[in-house]
Design a binder for this molecule. Sequence first.
Ligand SMILES: Nc1ncnc2c1ncn2[C@@H]1O[C@H](COP(=O)(O)OP(=O)(O)O)[C@@H](O)[C@H]1O
Ligand SMILES: [Mg+2]
Length: 445
Amino acid sequence: MRLSRYFMPVLKETPAEAQIVSHRFMLRAGMIKQTAAGIYSWLPLGLKVLRNIENIVHEEQAKAGHIPILMSTLQPADLWRESGRYDDYGEEMLRVQDRHGRDMLYGPTNEEAVTDIFRSHVNSYKDLPLTLYQIQWKFRDEIRPRFGVMRGREFLMKDGYTFDLSKEDALHAYNRHLVSYLRSYERMGLKAIPMRADGGPIGGDYTHEFLVLADTGESEVFYDSEVTDLSFGDREVDFDNVAECEAVLQEFTSRYARTDETHDEDLFNSVPEERRRTARGIEVGQIFYFGTKYSESMGATVVNADQKQVPVHMGSHGIGVSRLLGAIIEASHDDKGIIWPEGVTPFHVGIVNLKQGDDEADAACEALYKAFQKAGLDPLYDDRKERAGGKFATMDLIGLPWRITVGPRGLKNGVVELTSRKTGESEEVTPEEAIARVIAIYAAL
Ligand SMILES: Nc1ncnc2c1ncn2[C@@H]1O[C@H](COP(=O)(O)OP(=O)(O)O)[C@@H](O)[C@H]1O
Ligand SMILES: [Mg+2]
């Protein structure tokens, strides 16, 4: 993309309504535009990152053997009357009527809808296990939408639903989700710590939230500092191997790590004092096994090996896709702007022409631009007739991990400047070297 032809409405002023850094930078970088309280339109730069996050989620779900679907955003109220949640859900549910006076709602979550799909088409234990998931917009009429995409009313969620014959199988599905989530967050450049969460009215021990540590997080968290040393890395996992997935769960959840909702002071005090930490965190996902709650009330049964009808064991597993943009920025920025992790960056590399209109500088930038495109990378070329200071400020704000600066003076010596957004360090290298270095960095992801 050439910046002169792009649509990236950067703001000079800091918007007064934005209270936290991620919201400020998303508005200033022209990534989102508020439509109404807690409801946003995604502008090109924001949409690119959103899509990158979605792609990582899809790829990791595919590896785990989970199957994508796309359910409707509007749902009939009758489905929710079957589960008993239509009345329970309260004011967060956006309720509408169609022209025939039928009660409908904009889905805040999809347990009922997916259970209806399941019961319509699956009858035998032989068709299990099954995990269906989607990445779809949700609406929750939050009383206090705030912090931009972090707590929106309309937000994008990955929601996966597991169907199994037994509790044991359902817990394997739970563990598969834990593994796939660990991988997904790491690919986004995040450390998200699974913490024991509250099962709510359904109860049960089988729920973990994934939290990114950040001062602006809405949850108070308590943990053993050893959990922050854990990382999944690039190890291979056989998702069909029950013991292997269970071992990952043990590795990542055996140390103390809880949100305020489940915090237990006595247990916490058994952690050696020097390792006890209290902090704040952003919930970027949750996994949850809840048994037969929906399958019983909605009649989602299968015939087992003894020819008996039994309700299936279910779980729901969510990732806050749109919230993740905010979480990543909270975890990775400086005074000047965003610092995108390479796994989600909207463009792989920025090219800054210090003297637009200078034949040699223009030609060198064009050559770089084309070389990156040929390599399958997505460069952003700042080809505007602007002062260098303004160009650098824009690049710093939008946070591309690598910047190549091209000017007549460097070109006389056959070099350009390659700069890391994260460290701020610059190196003079030949254009060929700059291309090779950037290509190698992304090839290694
Ligand atoms: N209002 C919201 N705005 C943005 N993301 C949200 C919102 N509510 C939930 N999410 C994201 O969706 C994920 C799954 O939702 P869920 O666990 O059902 O939400 P909650 O814990 O808020 O009830 C959460 O972990 C969070 O990352
Ligand atoms: Mg949750």
